[in-house]
Design a protein around this ligand. Structure first.
Ligand SMILES: [Fe+2]
Ligand SMILES: [Fe+2]
Length: 319
């Protein structure tokens, strides 16, 4: 089983492990690893030429149905940019699909760790039920996005440019989570990265939907963002616990700095239970609103702050 705590071992990657060879290398003017004298302007010019000639990453497909064509045409006539919203919705669909698979990989690690009493003791407060519940949220968000794309006349199976790019971005996270050697802490760091990105992605999507006047989508996306905020809060707690931070040292455990701006950069009032003019709250406030006890473990109702039904929270985010 992978080590769950970083340990001192036979790591020889640093130059301090070979002081004699390091000295010889630094004294040798002809050593190959130093490279040839000169500049990298030729390489830069080559890259610039490729960038200038590139046609971009694919295109946004035109709707494949008459209804979709009419819908997009009407929106474009009114000055809206439905193609941008469709591209970003496809991005979120791709991201949520990958997120679901990442949580599946995390659940596999949790199962292995929980079967080992020594490893289980270092897991912190994370439970399989909580992680499975978040996994259920991610899967539902993907289906929500499928429905939203179809409601705009788009094709949810299309790989748009932003969906393509976000897939490439996520490749490192997929590698980390599926590497059998990575510890729970290392896996949670990767999950924390995607939750941070996820929150920002939903905020952008809500703003785009609002600009386009898609009020129903804004409401549904806002409900998803409330859940994403809870994911982020929980995952950061789990990560910091596995790093070894004491309860007092956890982000949001009373330190003013963590709440003053915080990791969660809420759009104005994008916090459950606050008004649109209220101050942005950071991780600490979100964590307070998302204690593990409030996380549904049934995988069906979602992880909703306050235990309310998704979509019914009066304090849902409004960008
Ligand atoms: Fe998500
Ligand atoms: Fe999430």
């Amino acid at each position: 089983m992978a080590q769950q705590h970083e340990h001192v071992g036979m790591n020889k990657t640093g130059i301090q492990m070979s002081p004699l060879e390091t000295g010889r290398m630094l004294d040798d003017d002809d050593i190959l690893t130093r490279g040839t004298p000169g500049d990298d302007s030729a390489a830069l010019q080559l890259r610039e030429a490729y960038i200038a000639d590139s046609g971009g990453v694919g295109s946004i497909p035109a709707p494949g149905t008459v209804t979709g064509m009419v819908s997009m045409g009407v929106n474009m006539l009114t000055g809206d940019k439905p193609q941008i919203l469709l591209d970003k919705m496809a991005e979120r669909l791709a991201f949520e699909r990958t997120g679901t698979r990442l949580y599946d990989a995390l659940l596999t690690k949790l199962d292995v760790l929980q079967a080992d009493s020594a490893a289980a003791a270092s897991m912190g407060s994370i439970t399989r039920e909580q992680a499975a519940s978040i996994r259920g949220d991610e899967a539902r968000h993907m289906l929500l996005m499928k429905e939203a794309i179809e409601s705009m006349g788009g094709d949810p199976t299309a790989q748009t440019p932003s969906a393509d790019v976000v897939g490439v971005e996520s490749m490192g996270m997929v590698q980390v989570l599926n590497d059998p050697r990575t510890s729970l802490s290392q896996s949670l760091h990767a999950i924390l990265t995607i939750e941070l990105c996820d929150n920002a992605g939903w905020e952008t999507l809500i703003a785009l939907a609002e600009e386009g006047g898609h009020d129903k989508l804004v409401d549904r996306f806002s409900d998803a963002l409330v859940q994403e905020r809870t994911h982020l809060s929980l995952v950061q707690t789990w990560y910091e616990e596995t790093v070894g931070l004491s309860a007092a040292g956890l982000s949001g455990a009373g330190s003013a700095s963590s709440d003053a701006g915080g990791i969660v950069r809420a759009r104005a009032g994008v916090v459950p239970g606050t008004s649109g003019s209220g101050p942005n709250l950071g991780t600490g406030a979100m964590r307070a609103a998302a204690s593990p006890a409030e996380v549904s473990g049934d995988g069906g109702a979602g992880v909703t702050p306050g235990g309310g039904a998704p979509g019914k929270d009066p304090g849902k985010p409004k960008p």
